[in-house]
Ligand binder design. Structure first.
Ligand SMILES: *Cc1c(COP(=O)(O)O)cnc(C)c1O
Length: 452
């Protein structure tokens, strides 16, 4: 009997063994294709009356096969750098180059980047300007070529919300977007002087925050569109409420209710239409909600140690493949799978596991913070799970986003892990090879003894 890891997913303990026993070994990432597709489907069918575009925030996981999968599901892309735009294109995503992407970046393109940006915009890329400098940089080109822009706003007041302070992108501590109170007036003057029109308003208030705040932001944004952008003659026809939709990684967490958020947005957008005669097409740009729970990090138990007070499991993958616990104090679910493929324990069913079977899962980096279970202050947090033997597997769930892309890969000279994507029963192709030692050092330039 195949034993499921995540109760809403399709990955089984046998799948874990199948990929873990391949030549490139562990650690590895194992993604759940059918689960990713079902999340895409839920988002695309979010209630709406005036059209909906779902952009996948590609910084969350930019593996080529993942981009191809979400593209096939009908999603567009949120790009956070010029290279992400190029990478989307390299993945063969858009039929017409670039028209599936919107660029929302902190970069200020210059030189060749600027030329490339202009070409991409001609080829359909939407540019979401995020600062006065960015606007000044592009205004001449956009005005001359009559290409409408999108504008990322930083609303006034405490509208932001994130899973941690560092993931609130609309608080007074955050610099994202053009500040409505302090900078928007100037931005609108620059636009007017260059005959630039904004066709879309955007904000993104943080990652994994309170869904109630996400809802409130809808009203905040509609007011800004009404009171500032429409008043100055901008033909706003689209509105993006960003990403950050709360996903539940742990059994005790609650995910945002997509239908409820969609219903609320529909109601507010319909009311906006009644008041202004303008129908706004809605955009959202989730990353986490689409893939977080569909990604597993498969590690092997290398060693077991005790200090008397704590019992440690030394895993062959840690902060260099999933840095979220160290960075944010994030919690991830654990699964223990024996060498022969038996699911010994799951975070989602710990009945039968003794209360004193408490383990601290750590990685193999020389770093005392290299643990997969830490609180926000960096203290280790022992976790209840079945006792594995050395050579058994500990699978860390909730690693589909901000894992492979955000972790300090190559720390301690560990090699970037291979990736696999389950497409159906018995169908688990490798989608990224393991990095090799040669690739690790290939750009280094040594110096001769004489030079030293
Ligand atoms: C990171 C980011 C997202 C996605 O955030 P999630 O929390 O992963 O959904 C969406 N939009 C922008 C502008 C972002 O920076």
């Amino acid at each position: 009997m195949p034993q499921l890891l995540h109760p809403q997913g399709t990955i089984t303990s046998e799948d874990v063994i199948e990929v873990a026993e391949k030549e490139s070994g562990t650690p590895l990432y194992l993604y759940d294709g059918p689960a990713i597709k079902s999340r895409c489907g839920e988002l695309i069918s979010m209630p709406n009356d005036s059209g909906l575009t779902v952009r996948y925030a590609m910084k969350a996981n930019s593996s080529r096969a993942i981009l191809q999968l979400v593209d096939r599901e009908g999603l567009s892309f949120d790009l956070s750098s010029m290279n992400e735009a190029r990478r989307m294109h390299l993945a063969g995503v858009p039929e017409i180059p670039y028209n599936k992407g919107m660029l929302t970046t902190q970069e200020v393109p210059r030189g060749q980047d600027m030329k490339d940006l202009e070409e991409m915009m001609i080829a359909g890329l939407r540019y979401n300007v995020c600062s006065i400098t960015q606007l000044e940089n592009i205004a001449g080109f956009a005005g001359q070529n009559k290409i409408p822009l999108s504008i990322r706003l930083h609303p006034e007041g405490e509208v932001g919300s994130g899973e941690s302070i560092t993931r609130n992108t609309a608080s007074k501590y955050s610099c994202f977007g053009i500040h409505v109170g302090k900078e928007l007036g100037r931005a609108l003057d620059i636009a007017e002087n260059n005959r630039v029109l904004f066709g879309q308003a955007h904000d993104h208030i943080g990652s994994g925050g309170n869904p109630e705040k996400w809802r409130e932001n809808i009203d905040v944004m509609l007011n800004i569109v009404r009171n500032y952008l429409l008043k100055r003659g901008h033909p706003i026809r689209r509105i993006s409420f960003g990403g950050g939709i709360k996903e539940a990684r742990m059994p005790q967490e609650e995910a945002a209710d997509i239908d409820e958020l969609g219903e609320y947005a529909r109601e507010r957008l319909n009311q906006f239409y009644e008041e202004t005669g303008i129908r706004l097409h809605m955009e959202i740009e989730p990353g986490t909600f689409i893939i977080a729970n569909s990604g597993n990090l498969v590690t092997r138990v290398l060693d077991k140690k005790t200090t008397g007070e704590y019992d440690f499991l030394v895993l062959d993958g840690g902060m260099e493949v999933n840095t979220r616990p160290l960075l944010y104090g994030s919690e991830h679910p654990f699964y223990v799978v024996s060498k022969n493929g038996e699911l010994l324990s799951s975070e989602f069913n710990l009945s039968g596991i003794p209360n004193d079977s408490l383990w601290v899962p750590v990685g193999r980096c020389c770093e005392s913070g290299d643990s997969q279970s830490l609180d926000e202050e960096g203290h280790i947090v022992p976790r209840k799970m079945a006792e594995p033997k050395i050579g058994d597997y500990v699978v860390i769930g909730g690693c589909g986003v901000y894992g492979r892309d955000m972790s300090p890969a190559n720390y301690n000279s560990h090699l970037q892990a291979p990736e696999y994507l389950k497409l159906g029963p018995g169908k688990i192709p490798q989608i990224r090879k393991k990095q090799d030692l040669e690739q690790l050092v290939q750009n280094e330039i040594g110096i001769s003894q004489r030079e030293i």
